[in-house]
Design a protein around this ligand. Sequence first.
Ligand SMILES: C[S@@+](CC[C@H](N)C(=O)[O-])C[C@H]1O[C@@H](n2cnc3c(N)ncnc32)[C@H](O)[C@@H]1O
Length: 284
Amino acid sequence: MATLRDVLKNTESMLHQHIAYSLDEAKLEARFILEYVLKINQKEMIQENGRLLDGEDQAQIQSITDKRISGIPLPYLLGEWSFYGRTFKVNRNVLIPRADTEILIEKVLSKINKRDAFNILDLGCGTGIIGITLALERPLSKVMLIDQSEDALKNTKENLALHQAPNITIQKSDWFGTLAKTKFDVIVSNPPYLEDNDPHLLEDLKYEPIHALTSGPTGMTAIAHIIENAKNHMNRDAWLFIEHGYNQAEIAKDLFEKNGYQHIEHAKDIHGIHRVTFGQYSIV
Ligand SMILES: C[S@@+](CC[C@H](N)C(=O)[O-])C[C@H]1O[C@@H](n2cnc3c(N)ncnc32)[C@H](O)[C@@H]1O
């Protein structure tokens, strides 16, 4: 038998030794593994750090750690991940929630007053982190979540059941394909935006679904399609928000301009890189 403190230290050092990331990241992931297996929170981890762990718990911690060391991302091993202060279920049919997408949420929320009853569209919803977060943060608004992947939508529905937002509808569609003349006040998308032959697809991204990652030879196919076609589904003065790659901000801005959007801006990620572009459409 070993104490929680000993198992935590051992897990941290195994992760740090075998995965090329910082000690801080190893500590964070080790904590997540123990919290998940022992079903306790961060405060209880500290309070109970002298507690003896039974063999079954230690074996489960070891098994998750071994799989993590083999390269599988932790959210897929735990089946859940945190986004904007809430936990979302995550399986291998969906992109893992990224902290960068919280910047997109902040920007969208800055354009929607708590008392607004807007129609919002989340295109390419995956887990549903964007649409569900917006529905929970702006309960008077109605949010439609769309994805082309049936398997991804199963995950979206699990998260809807978990978070119980009554103001959400979910629809299978190839982008705007099934929307007829439906219009929105806000359209948000974190679409696939990597080049088809991006080298990361063979490395750190190899466990995530390709339909969530790539979009043509330059990575811009989905972004261009959304910017061009969103106009047909926007009420007067509606906003379109797009998350994109580190080197796509200027191309996205050009597309917004060419398509008649105004008040175009970018938002930066924590590294100071423009990762979100948004604009308003008033020609309706
Ligand atoms: C980068 S992931 C974003 C997932 C989630 N919104 C997030 O931010 O974590 C892109 C999503 O777009 C979906 N997608 C790809 N092509 C699509 C299409 N033609 N129509 C609708 N959704 C599509 C993928 O299935 C995937 O779930």
